[in-house]
Design a protein around this ligand. Structure first.
Ligand code: HEC
Ligand code: HEC
Ligand code: HEC
Ligand code: HEC
Ligand code: HEC
Ligand code: HEC
Ligand code: HEC
Ligand code: HEC
Length: 343
């Protein structure tokens, strides 16, 4: 039964319309979260929250990372857009924004985002209902452009930015560059060396969804700069699955991390993620001594002064001349022992 077929308009309908108008006005949200899209999936820990505040009574805005940390900003007259990058924890995050009038709460919004990682069990896959939503399309960038430079001027071969802080990419993605160990091209703002937008063998279906989609596998891009190691690793006898697949980023965060060589976890933890049964070290000497084990950490590495013994004291994660990726040219497991135990 449509409106057109009605003969007169009942007072009840007028009331209904008035209520609708009032509620529409109320819900012309005085606080709107523009980014991130609710229930989106992230592959890095830094997530930007962009909000639009139109509540005339708002005097300050509070961003919350859902883990107990808050950032307060004053609302400026005539300024509606507020941006804040927050660090996500692995898995589900519930970011919040609240606008206040003095100490009185006006309005609150929350937004869910899932930070996933291939190498942390329990967080490899997003729960149902979450979806990857890319940002860097002309449409999404439109609003930001009014205040932000969106790209750097192209560099010629070999050229670097004089001051990486000036990089448009780094202005918005600073958090990727500030961890303890930074990867040279990232901290220098050479993002598009890797973020070519061209996609790869496993993600060619994503071409066009973001200007900056990185190829997957990424290996060939890594080798444009790490040419010397390519020659060595692939000439070797034993290979390592994840390297052969070209998935360097499974173990290395290509941007930065708190670990040396910007591995995603401390090396021992990284290796035992996929080889938990090797943690005890029993495998090292089981072929020589029965029911005993060899340390795999917690002692100085005699062959690498200043470094702790870890799995990579004996194994090269990328490939080796010996068997089982051992750091030896010898063709028996025993030949690696004298790397540390001199006779
Ligand atoms: C009205 C101007 C304006 C618009 C529109 C705007 N920004 Fe911002 N943004 C700023 C200003 C100014 C800053 C510097 C920090 C501050 O004072 O808020 C900033 C800072 C940022 C930061 C760094 C935040 C941090 O915590 O270091 C990011 C990331 C960002 N903006 C992303 C965006 C994105 C994405 C959009 C588009 C969806 C956008 N901005 C739209 C003005 C704007
Ligand atoms: C105005 C801020 C802003 C600028 C400038 C910016 N980005 Fe982003 N970028 C974002 C936001 C917001 C996202 C969504 C994920 C997030 O919250 O961090 C994003 C996501 C990405 C992604 C993930 C894929 C995607 O499209 O979602 C890549 C890769 C990326 N940016 C690379 C770059 C590079 C390279 C540059 C410089 C050429 C750059 N960004 C400049 C704000 C910005
Ligand atoms: C050495 C290559 C390399 C460089 C340099 C690099 N990245 Fe990345 N980046 C990657 C790869 C590979 C991924 C794919 C996902 C992963 O492994 O985390 C990625 C992922 C990202 C993501 C998260 C994507 C998502 O879908 O959530 C953002 C954001 C990003 N990069 C931004 C940048 C910015 C900004 C710079 C420069 C300051 C930069 N990257 C430099 C290789 C690189
Ligand atoms: C644009 C050039 C460039 C690209 C592409 C590049 N790197 Fe690098 N990388 C460098 C430079 C420069 C250094 C620092 C100098 C050095 O130690 O070799 C470095 C250092 C490293 C180091 C630390 C080496 C050490 O001995 O401390 C690792 C690990 C690394 N890169 C891994 C990667 C991975 C993985 C990729 C691909 C995802 C990659 N790189 C892509 C230029 C690049
Ligand atoms: C299985 C995990 C893993 C994968 C996959 C991996 N790496 Fe590494 N990489 C490491 C670890 C661990 C180290 C530190 C080794 C050590 O302790 O000496 C390292 C060290 C490095 C270094 C420093 C110098 C050296 O030769 O040891 C470079 C450069 C490097 N990796 C590049 C790459 C590139 C490029 C790829 C992809 C082709 C890749 N890595 C894939 C775990 C990995
Ligand atoms: C992402 C999972 C993953 C990680 C992380 C990983 N490995 Fe592996 N590794 C594999 C797979 C899969 C194989 C199976 C054999 C193959 O394809 O190389 C393997 C095989 C091996 C082998 C036997 C190679 C042979 O010739 O039989 C050694 C040794 C090894 N890994 C050592 C390490 C060390 C040391 C680390 C830490 C630097 C590490 N792995 C990290 C997945 C992983
Ligand atoms: C002190 C040297 C040493 C250390 C440290 C060491 N390994 Fe080994 N690893 C060996 C030797 C020797 C072999 C070959 C022994 C055999 O199985 O015959 C081997 C073999 C392996 C294999 C292949 C054998 C198989 O059964 O598939 C894997 C995988 C492996 N190690 C992983 C690790 C991991 C992960 C760590 C760290 C937790 C580690 N290793 C620490 C010496 C070492
Ligand atoms: C990367 C260096 C390294 C390599 C290679 C290495 N070891 Fe060790 N080994 C150590 C360290 C460190 C210790 C601990 C010494 C200590 O307790 O202070 C150790 C201890 C031992 C012990 C005594 C174990 C105990 O529990 O007291 C034996 C036996 C041993 N190694 C045998 C071997 C054999 C066999 C190989 C070859 C398969 C080998 N090691 C290869 C570093 C190495």
């Amino acid at each position: 039964m449509g409106f057109a077929s009605e003969k007169g308009i009942s007072p009840l309908r007028i009331l209904f319309f008035l209520l609708l108008l009032v509620s529409l006005h109320l819900f012309a949200s005085p606080l709107e979260i523009i980014r991130p899209i609710n229930k989106s999936v992230m592959d890095e820990s830094e997530i930007t929250v962009v909000v639009k505040v139109t509540d005339p009574a708002a005097t300050k805005i509070i961003f919350s990372d859902g883990q107990g940390k808050e950032w307060v900003r004053d609302i400026k007259v005539g300024k509606q857009i507020y941006c804040r990058t927050l660090s996500a924890k692995m898995g589900e995050n519930n970011f919040g924004v609240t606008v206040m009038n003095g100490e009185i709460k006006r309005e609150s919004r929350t937004v869910l985002a899932y930070y996933r990682s291939e190498i942390f069990s329990g967080f490899q896959e997003e729960p149902a209902g979450y979806k990857k939503s890319y940002f860097h399309s002309d449409k999404e960038e439109q609003l930001c452009k009014t205040c932000h430079a969106m790209t750097d001027k192209p560099l010629k071969g070999g050229e670097v930015l004089e001051n990486p802080e000036d990089s448009a990419c780094i202005k918005c993605h600073k958090g990727l560059t500030t961890r303890a160990k930074g990867h040279a091209p990232t901290v220098n703002g050479l993002c598009i060396e890797c973020h070519t937008g061209k996609g790869g063998e496993y993600n060619s279906d994503l071409i066009g969804q973001s200007k900056y989609i990185a190829p997957d596998p990424i290996m060939n891009v890594c080798f444009t700069c790490h040419e010397n190691v390519k020659q060595v690793w692939f000439a070797r006898k034993s290979e390592h699955g994840p390297v052969r697949d070209g998935r360097c980023n499974r173990c290395h965060n290509p941007h930065s991390s708190n670990e040396m060589f910007f591995t995603r976890k401390p090396i021992w933890d990284l290796c035992t993620t996929c080889h938990s049964e090797k943690a005890s070290g029993a495998h090292v000497i089981s072929s020589f001594v029965r029911s005993s084990s060899h340390p795999t950490r917690g002692k100085p590495d005699p062959a690498r002064p200043g470094r702790e013994l870890v799995c990579t004291g004996c194994h090269d994660p990328h490939g080796s001349e010996g068997i089982f990726l051992l750091r030896t040219k010898g063709q028996t497991a025993f030949s690696v022992c004298n790397r540390c135990h001199k006779k």
